[in-house]
Ligand binder design. Structure first.
Ligand code: AVJ
Length: 343
């Protein structure tokens, strides 16, 4: 009767709103959600790669600098047993992974290792994976005469579950190192992150399995909001691409022109949230009739969480899922912005 507020919880809008970046202290009500992995078809991977080059998206650069000048890549490469299997979950373009792979190549040469490190890159799109792996293989470190001598490359197409089931079966290797970089764990709720770490833990023993985990900190809300809603519109295109991706499987079920990009940083929960907002009333029916719902005008469909982790919560997460932390590298170059690598 008084007219619906244009924004959920509009009274709780943060001052960052004045800069066009919304932050809220509680999540809007939402009846529908789609899994975040739907972002990552070939186009989605390319758009995400573009995001990682944006100055606003501070995560990639923070992690790269921990691996590189922070010395993480070198420390890990020096400690990794000869012939070890390295599996990267959700490898993307592997721009940061390349830093570690170059360190492995160098360590292999310096240590005079005979057996190569076996690098397995796991991601969802076969074409993008092949392209990224080929590009990486064609760029060995300058110090490696005649190409990569100490790293062998392999691709795996599939989900985390499939990749981890495969990893568990690899029981003849000297060591298994799992890379879960780029704050990918942020897409999982805190409870699911804990299950996922336990699931990785179950792929080996305390002696033969280790993990490198990249996690974004609970940074300044306006900084986070800008990272996920850049003025160039790449973040928006990345979110809306999910509709195109669904459209290739389910044509016209979720028409792209019926939705707007609606990102928000939820400061209390320490997570960025992305919704797609229906700009008109919309009946959504799957071809098999199993799904048949009507979205109201303005209704939100949740498509992504990006959780931010405070150090204390990370410690708790790690120990709850039966891991022991050997090292933490923290990036704090841009004042309050924190990003961590755990090993
Ligand atoms: C690839 C899941 C780590 O959540 O920060 C970037 C994806 N979404 N901008 C993130 C993403 C919007 C990214 N992860």
């Amino acid at each position: 009767p008084q007219g619906a507020p244009t924004e959920p919880n509009a009274s709780q809008l943060d001052p960052a709103e004045s800069a066009g970046r919304r932050t809220l202290s509680s999540s809007p009500t939402c009846r529908f959600a789609l899994p975040a992995f739907l972002h990552y078809d070939a186009r989605g991977l390319q758009l995400f790669e573009q995001i990682t080059h944006l100055a606003e998206y501070y995560l990639t650069e923070s992690e790269a600098s921990l691996l590189d000048s922070g010395g993480a890549a070198r420390a890990i490469a020096n400690a990794l047993p000869e012939g070890a299997l390295v599996l990267e979950l959700g490898c993307g373009s592997m721009r940061k992974t390349a830093i570690l792979l170059r360190a492995l190549e160098t360590a292999g040469r310096e240590r005079g290792l005979i057996q190569s490190f076996q690098f397995y890159a796991l991601d969802l799109d076969r074409g993008e994976l092949a392209r990224s792996l080929t590009a990486l293989e064609q760029h060995p470190p300058r110090t490696a005469a005649g190409g990569w001598n100490h790293v062998t490359f392999h691709g795996l197409v599939g989900t985390y579950d499939a990749g981890l089931a495969w990893l568990k079966r690899q029981d003849t290797v000297s060591h298994k190192l799992v890379l879960w970089l780029g704050s990918s764990l942020g897409n999982l709720t805190r409870a699911d992150a804990s299950s996922m770490l336990a699931q990785i833990r179950a792929c080996g023993t305390v002696e033969n399995l280790s993990l490198v985990l990249g996690a974004d900190g609970r940074n300044n809300p306006a900084t986070v909001a800008r990272a996920y809603n850049d003025p160039h519109g790449v973040s928006r295109a990345f979110a809306l691409n999910l509709l195109d991706h669904i459209g290739t499987h389910l044509p016209a079920v979720l028409p792209r022109d019926a939705f707007e990009f609606s990102p928000v940083y939820n400061q209390d929960m320490g997570r960025h949230e992305v919704y797609l907002r229906a700009n008109r009333e919309l009946r959504v029916r799957s071809p098999d009739g199993v799904v048949d719902v009507t979205l109201t005008r303005g209704e939100l469909v949740h498509v992504e969480y990006s959780y931010k982790w405070a150090m204390g919560d990370l410690f708790e997460l790690v120990s709850r899922s039966q891991w022991q932390m050997a090292h933490v590298w923290t990036h704090e170059a841009q004042g309050p912005v924190k990003y961590r690598l755990l090993w």
